[in-house]
Design a binder for this molecule. Structure first.
Ligand code: ATR
Length: 290
């Protein structure tokens, strides 16, 4: 039930119809006893500034921002959190006195998932697959959490080189080592933590993985795929067959939501039971959609 006191949050995207955020956040609100309604906002690229201004005028408490607005929204904010600024993408807006502050809870969600899963980053040798937006957030998290080094593998090696140059400059150490995807066999170490941050293997192309060779997967102790449709990607299957621990991106999705919800409601901690309930809700939704 909404009333005159109900706070409004939402997600702006284009398109927005596929978003699972309304499902997730309305569940968090209900289970946490917060009087909050979360709605989808379909915002065209040319209307991002107007949408942010309009949301503020309408007393909207907070927003999620997703494709294709994560960069474009940044110039319309009064403040940007350090991590979001470094990654160059904002996915959460939090209402302040005079406008919105931008955060990147995708990165925070990845870190929280790693912590909750017992995946260690510090002093680990990592392999990051991909050099797009998702990879940038992952590279930032790995570097900031003290990874020993990250082999950054991408099909387009120039893109890997650009990302490595940027992050290495930011952290003041040669933490990212860019490589072409097909040169993975030049990585000397075993026992690596791999983060798969490309869209390869995502539904409906479930039979694809960025690297097929079994020998690659024998280098891994843990394989994290940011993809969660399907729940077990081909990348995860290959890694598991080679004896690595695997994790999909579903918890990253959940935790980016939890962290955003807690930013909007600083007095609220989303309980583990509520997070479990939301995970089931999202899994049921995905199974139903299929
Ligand atoms: P996102 O914001 O989701 O990360 P993106 O910025 O478009 O999306 O990045 C997509 C990533 O997936 C890139 O690393 C891309 O590799 P290229 O830079 O070489 O294009 C990678 N990718 C997409 N399709 C791929 C494929 N078939 N094989 C290998 N890599 C692929």
């Amino acid at each position: 039930m909404t009333s005159g006191k109900t706070r409004v949050c939402g997600v702006m995207a284009y398109p927005v119809e596929h978003s699972m955020s309304p499902l997730m956040h309305n569940y968090f609100a209900e289970r946490s006893g917060v009087d909050l309604a979360y709605v989808p906002f379909k915002v065209k690229p040319e209307a991002v500034g107007e949408a942010v201004g309009g949301a503020f005028a309408l007393n909207v408490l907070g927003m999620n921002v997703t494709v294709p607005h994560k960069q474009a929204v940044m110039e319309h904010l009064v403040e940007i959190d350090e991590a979001a600024l470094a990654i160059g993408a904002v996915n959460t807006l939090v209402r302040m006195e005079d406008g919105y502050k931008g955060y990147n809870t995708d990165a925070a969600g990845l870190l929280r998932t790693m912590k909750e899963t017992g995946i260690q980053i510090k002093d680990q040798t990592c392999i990051l697959l991909g050099a797009g937006g998702a990879a940038k957030a992952a590279a930032y998290v790995l570097a900031r959490e003290g990874t020993k080094k990250v082999y950054l593998l991408n099909r387009n090696v120039e893109r890997a080189e650009q990302l490595a140059k940027y992050m290495n400059g930011l952290f003041g150490r040669e933490v990212l080592i860019p490589m072409a995807l097909d040169r993975w066999n030049e990585i000397p170490e075993d026992g690596c933590l791999a983060v798969q941050s490309t869209s390869v293997g995502m539904h409906p192309n479930v039979d694809a993985a960025v690297i097929e060779d079994e020998a690659f997967y024998r280098k891994l102790s843990t394989a994290f795929d940011i993809v969660y449709t399907p729940m077990e990607t081909r990348f995860m299957k290959l890694a598991a067959a080679a004896g690595a621990k695997t994790k999909n991106g579903l918890d990253m999705l959940l935790y980016q939501g939890v962290i955003a919800f807690e930013l909007w409601n600083p007095d609220v901690t989303v309980s583990p039971e509520t997070i479990d309930g939301a995970r089931q809700l999202v899994m049921d939704f995905l199974a139903h959609k299929k």
